[in-house]
Design a protein around this ligand. Sequence first.
Ligand SMILES: [Zn+2]
Length: 339
Amino acid sequence: MLSCIEQSVRSIAYGLAFGLCIAPSFAQNTSTAVAPVIDVHVHAMDESFPGGPMCPNEARFLASDPATKEATNGWNQEECTPKLSPAAKGEYLKSMAAEMERLNVTAVVFGDEKSVQKWKDAMPGRVIPGTSFTSGGMGGNGRVPLDELRDDFTKKGFKVMGEIGLQYEGLSPSDMSVDQYFALAEQLDVPVAIHMGTGGSGRANIAMPKFRGSAGNPLLLEELLARHPKLRVQVMHAGYPMIDNMLTLLQASSHVYVDVAGLIWSYPIKEVNHYIQRLVEAGFEDRVMFGTDQLQWPKLMSYSISIIQNAEYLTPEQKRDILYNNAARFLRLDAPKAR
Ligand SMILES: [Zn+2]
């Protein structure tokens, strides 16, 4: 028996009418003909995030010299098409609200209470709030007190625990020092979103000395999952580039989903398509979720959606599954609506 939202999702996916089923949740936002999209990986940044224009899918992980410590992550090359620019000062949230309306996107937005509230105010009804137990930003090893985090999920309306960036600390997600947080997520039936894999050029030797590529190995999740068999896990960045280990984990643990955020625009396009294709062709088409890792470029969302829409190796149904249906199932959007 399909729930109402599943019927609506399928109706949208196959271009059918809604019929008598009134979708209780985000599908109500569908005031236009644009099929809905869920972006499961957005950061509640504002225009204060440092950076500049970015060339998507242009990464080249060039050698650097310890004498100069120079490195490139491929984001700020001089010429490329398209080149994605940050919004004008003070315009970022307004631009994102307009883009999400135009593209009919609902997003899981990660951040602290204040930052996420700004996004909720800017785009009411389109934000599913997420927050995590690390403080001090990515690589910071401060911890939010357990009771405070419990309140975030039981009283303050947060729905997803993430982004959990233990890899930036060189820690395995199965490390016992953070087990109490995962136990809480399992107890409250809150999905967890864990950074696994991607890092960017020179992340460990130049940018963040505690980062370890090996701490992004998807199989490091196995002990955690054994301790918490009901935990719902979103492996952020799909464990890129460790595809064999990712597939091994997906097969062994059917509660595990992946998102393609970050990797979808920050590695060479052929490589990105190859990776997503492997996940789908290995049989995991119902566990791949769309995400951007949106940081500061308003046009990144439409750019990233177009990569899925233009993927010739995906059927129309698989594209809708990745862009919406899989996340709707993972996030249980037929439950009372997130605010
Ligand atoms: Zn991440």
